[in-house]
Design a binder for this molecule. Structure first.
Ligand SMILES: Cc1cc2nc3c(=O)[nH]c(=O)nc-3n(C[C@H](O)[C@H](O)[C@H](O)COP(=O)(O)O)c2cc1C
Length: 191
Protein backbone atom coordinates (compact mmCIF):
# COMPACT_ATOMS: atom_id res chain seq x y z
CA UNK A 1 0.00 0.00 0.00
CA UNK A 2 1.41 3.39 -0.87
CA UNK A 3 0.78 6.47 1.27
CA UNK A 4 -2.23 7.59 -0.82
CA UNK A 5 -3.92 4.21 -0.51
CA UNK A 6 -3.36 4.20 3.26
CA UNK A 7 -4.88 7.67 3.65
CA UNK A 8 -7.91 6.70 1.55
CA UNK A 9 -8.36 3.34 3.24
CA UNK A 10 -8.33 4.74 6.79
CA UNK A 11 -11.90 4.87 8.07
CA UNK A 12 -13.21 5.00 11.59
CA UNK A 13 -14.03 1.45 12.69
CA UNK A 14 -16.48 0.73 15.51
CA UNK A 15 -16.84 -3.08 15.36
CA UNK A 16 -13.76 -5.16 16.19
CA UNK A 17 -12.65 -8.79 16.13
CA UNK A 18 -11.63 -10.08 19.53
CA UNK A 19 -8.06 -10.84 18.45
CA UNK A 20 -5.17 -9.47 20.46
CA UNK A 21 -2.95 -6.77 18.94
CA UNK A 22 0.77 -7.44 19.50
CA UNK A 23 2.19 -4.94 21.99
CA UNK A 24 5.08 -4.32 19.58
CA UNK A 25 2.61 -2.84 17.09
CA UNK A 26 0.98 -0.55 19.64
CA UNK A 27 4.47 0.60 20.67
CA UNK A 28 5.37 1.18 17.04
CA UNK A 29 2.29 3.38 16.58
CA UNK A 30 3.34 5.55 19.53
CA UNK A 31 6.85 5.67 18.12
CA UNK A 32 5.40 7.07 14.88
CA UNK A 33 3.40 9.63 16.90
CA UNK A 34 6.57 10.63 18.76
CA UNK A 35 8.19 11.95 15.58
CA UNK A 36 5.20 13.95 14.29
CA UNK A 37 5.51 17.72 13.80
CA UNK A 38 5.26 19.78 17.00
CA UNK A 39 4.92 23.56 17.42
CA UNK A 40 8.30 24.97 18.57
CA UNK A 41 9.20 21.27 18.84
CA UNK A 42 7.98 21.38 22.45
CA UNK A 43 6.56 17.83 22.30
CA UNK A 44 4.00 18.08 25.12
CA UNK A 45 2.20 14.81 24.35
CA UNK A 46 2.46 11.53 26.24
CA UNK A 47 0.61 8.28 25.74
CA UNK A 48 -0.75 5.39 27.77
CA UNK A 49 -1.14 2.04 26.03
CA UNK A 50 -3.97 0.08 27.64
CA UNK A 51 -4.10 -3.58 26.64
CA UNK A 52 -4.84 -5.21 30.00
CA UNK A 53 -8.20 -6.96 29.45
CA UNK A 54 -9.70 -5.82 32.74
CA UNK A 55 -8.76 -2.16 32.25
CA UNK A 56 -9.88 -2.27 28.59
CA UNK A 57 -13.31 -3.43 29.84
CA UNK A 58 -13.40 -0.67 32.45
CA UNK A 59 -12.72 2.01 29.85
CA UNK A 60 -15.50 1.04 27.41
CA UNK A 61 -18.45 2.41 29.45
CA UNK A 62 -16.63 5.75 29.70
CA UNK A 63 -16.66 6.24 25.93
CA UNK A 64 -19.29 7.61 23.50
CA UNK A 65 -19.70 6.11 20.02
CA UNK A 66 -21.21 7.32 16.75
CA UNK A 67 -23.61 9.94 18.06
CA UNK A 68 -25.54 10.02 14.75
CA UNK A 69 -26.47 6.35 15.04
CA UNK A 70 -28.19 6.38 18.44
CA UNK A 71 -28.36 2.95 20.03
CA UNK A 72 -26.66 1.36 16.99
CA UNK A 73 -23.56 3.51 17.56
CA UNK A 74 -21.63 1.68 20.25
CA UNK A 75 -20.13 -1.74 19.50
CA UNK A 76 -22.11 -4.56 21.16
CA UNK A 77 -20.44 -7.05 23.49
CA UNK A 78 -18.06 -9.28 21.55
CA UNK A 79 -17.20 -6.49 19.09
CA UNK A 80 -15.60 -3.97 21.44
CA UNK A 81 -12.05 -2.57 21.26
CA UNK A 82 -9.21 -4.81 22.44
CA UNK A 83 -6.81 -1.95 23.26
CA UNK A 84 -6.65 1.81 23.68
CA UNK A 85 -4.04 4.52 23.49
CA UNK A 86 -4.80 7.47 25.76
CA UNK A 87 -3.45 10.79 24.48
CA UNK A 88 -2.28 13.19 27.19
CA UNK A 89 -1.00 16.76 27.09
CA UNK A 90 1.60 17.67 29.70
CA UNK A 91 0.36 21.08 30.86
CA UNK A 92 3.73 21.92 32.45
CA UNK A 93 5.25 22.09 28.97
CA UNK A 94 4.43 25.50 27.51
CA UNK A 95 3.57 24.44 23.99
CA UNK A 96 2.06 27.09 21.69
CA UNK A 97 0.15 24.40 19.75
CA UNK A 98 -0.81 21.41 21.91
CA UNK A 99 -4.02 20.61 20.00
CA UNK A 100 -2.34 20.82 16.60
CA UNK A 101 0.39 18.54 17.93
CA UNK A 102 -2.26 16.03 19.02
CA UNK A 103 -3.83 16.11 15.55
CA UNK A 104 -0.55 15.42 13.80
CA UNK A 105 0.51 12.71 16.25
CA UNK A 106 -2.82 10.91 16.28
CA UNK A 107 -3.06 10.89 12.50
CA UNK A 108 0.35 9.17 12.40
CA UNK A 109 -1.10 6.53 14.73
CA UNK A 110 -4.30 6.07 12.68
CA UNK A 111 -2.41 5.73 9.40
CA UNK A 112 0.17 3.34 10.87
CA UNK A 113 -2.66 1.17 12.21
CA UNK A 114 -4.40 1.21 8.81
CA UNK A 115 -1.15 0.10 7.19
CA UNK A 116 -1.06 -2.86 9.61
CA UNK A 117 -4.70 -3.80 8.89
CA UNK A 118 -5.86 -2.60 12.30
CA UNK A 119 -9.04 -0.54 12.78
CA UNK A 120 -9.21 2.57 14.93
CA UNK A 121 -11.74 4.96 16.38
CA UNK A 122 -10.46 8.29 17.66
CA UNK A 123 -12.68 9.17 20.61
CA UNK A 124 -13.22 12.59 22.14
CA UNK A 125 -16.42 11.71 23.93
CA UNK A 126 -15.02 10.41 27.22
CA UNK A 127 -15.83 10.57 30.90
CA UNK A 128 -12.47 12.14 31.68
CA UNK A 129 -12.88 12.30 35.46
CA UNK A 130 -13.50 8.56 35.72
CA UNK A 131 -10.75 7.74 33.23
CA UNK A 132 -8.28 9.85 35.21
CA UNK A 133 -9.20 7.93 38.34
CA UNK A 134 -8.96 4.46 36.78
CA UNK A 135 -5.59 5.15 35.10
CA UNK A 136 -4.05 7.28 37.88
CA UNK A 137 -3.46 10.20 35.53
CA UNK A 138 -1.94 13.18 37.39
CA UNK A 139 -3.77 16.55 37.37
CA UNK A 140 -1.03 18.28 35.39
CA UNK A 141 -1.92 16.12 32.38
CA UNK A 142 -4.92 17.01 30.23
CA UNK A 143 -6.72 13.98 28.83
CA UNK A 144 -7.13 14.99 25.21
CA UNK A 145 -8.66 11.92 23.63
CA UNK A 146 -8.28 8.19 23.29
CA UNK A 147 -7.89 5.86 20.34
CA UNK A 148 -9.67 2.52 20.30
CA UNK A 149 -8.05 -0.39 18.45
CA UNK A 150 -8.99 -3.77 17.07
CA UNK A 151 -8.92 -5.79 13.88
CA UNK A 152 -11.90 -4.51 11.84
CA UNK A 153 -15.19 -6.38 11.98
CA UNK A 154 -17.07 -3.92 9.78
CA UNK A 155 -16.65 -2.18 6.46
CA UNK A 156 -16.78 1.58 6.03
CA UNK A 157 -16.81 3.51 2.76
CA UNK A 158 -16.49 7.11 1.67
CA UNK A 159 -19.61 8.55 -0.02
CA UNK A 160 -20.03 11.67 -2.10
CA UNK A 161 -21.35 14.58 -0.06
CA UNK A 162 -25.06 15.10 -0.67
CA UNK A 163 -25.70 17.98 1.71
CA UNK A 164 -25.46 16.13 5.03
CA UNK A 165 -22.37 15.23 7.05
CA UNK A 166 -24.19 12.38 8.80
CA UNK A 167 -22.69 8.94 8.30
CA UNK A 168 -25.06 5.96 8.20
CA UNK A 169 -25.04 2.16 8.45
CA UNK A 170 -26.93 0.28 5.74
CA UNK A 171 -28.99 -2.92 6.07
CA UNK A 172 -25.86 -5.05 5.45
CA UNK A 173 -24.07 -3.28 8.30
CA UNK A 174 -21.77 -1.31 6.00
CA UNK A 175 -20.90 2.21 7.16
CA UNK A 176 -21.11 5.10 4.69
CA UNK A 177 -19.23 8.32 5.41
CA UNK A 178 -19.93 11.41 3.29
CA UNK A 179 -16.92 13.58 2.52
CA UNK A 180 -17.17 17.02 0.97
CA UNK A 181 -16.17 17.38 -2.67
CA UNK A 182 -12.80 18.87 -3.53
CA UNK A 183 -14.41 21.60 -5.65
CA UNK A 184 -16.39 22.82 -2.63
CA UNK A 185 -13.41 23.26 -0.34
CA UNK A 186 -10.52 24.18 -2.62
CA UNK A 187 -9.69 27.71 -3.74
CA UNK A 188 -6.95 28.75 -6.12
CA UNK A 189 -4.77 31.78 -5.56
CA UNK A 190 -7.56 33.94 -4.08
CA UNK A 191 -10.69 32.95 -2.12
C1 LIG B 1 -11.10 14.68 17.40
C2 LIG B 1 -12.09 13.59 17.01
C3 LIG B 1 -12.92 13.07 17.99
C4 LIG B 1 -13.81 12.04 17.67
N1 LIG B 1 -14.60 11.53 18.65
C5 LIG B 1 -15.40 10.48 18.38
C6 LIG B 1 -16.17 9.89 19.41
O1 LIG B 1 -16.16 10.34 20.56
N2 LIG B 1 -16.91 8.80 19.12
C7 LIG B 1 -16.95 8.26 17.85
O2 LIG B 1 -17.64 7.27 17.64
N3 LIG B 1 -16.23 8.81 16.84
C8 LIG B 1 -15.46 9.90 17.08
N4 LIG B 1 -14.70 10.44 16.08
C9 LIG B 1 -14.70 9.82 14.73
C10 LIG B 1 -15.53 10.63 13.73
O3 LIG B 1 -16.90 10.43 13.96
C11 LIG B 1 -15.13 10.19 12.31
O4 LIG B 1 -13.79 10.53 12.08
C12 LIG B 1 -16.03 10.84 11.26
O5 LIG B 1 -17.33 10.37 11.35
C13 LIG B 1 -15.51 10.58 9.84
O6 LIG B 1 -15.34 9.22 9.59
P1 LIG B 1 -13.94 8.64 9.10
O7 LIG B 1 -12.99 8.74 10.27
O8 LIG B 1 -14.21 7.24 8.70
O9 LIG B 1 -13.46 9.50 7.98
C14 LIG B 1 -13.86 11.52 16.35
C15 LIG B 1 -13.01 12.06 15.37
C16 LIG B 1 -12.15 13.09 15.69
C17 LIG B 1 -11.27 13.67 14.63
Amino acid sequence: MDIYEIIKRRRTIRRFKQKEIPIELLEKFVDMARIAPSGANMQPIEYIIVNDKKIVEEIFPLTGWAGYLGKDGPPPEGKRPVAYIVVLINKDIKSPTPKHDVGASVENILLSATYEGIGTCWIGSINRDKLREILNIPDNYEIDSIIAFGYPDEESKIEEFGGSVKYWRDEKGIMHVPKKNLKNILHYNKF
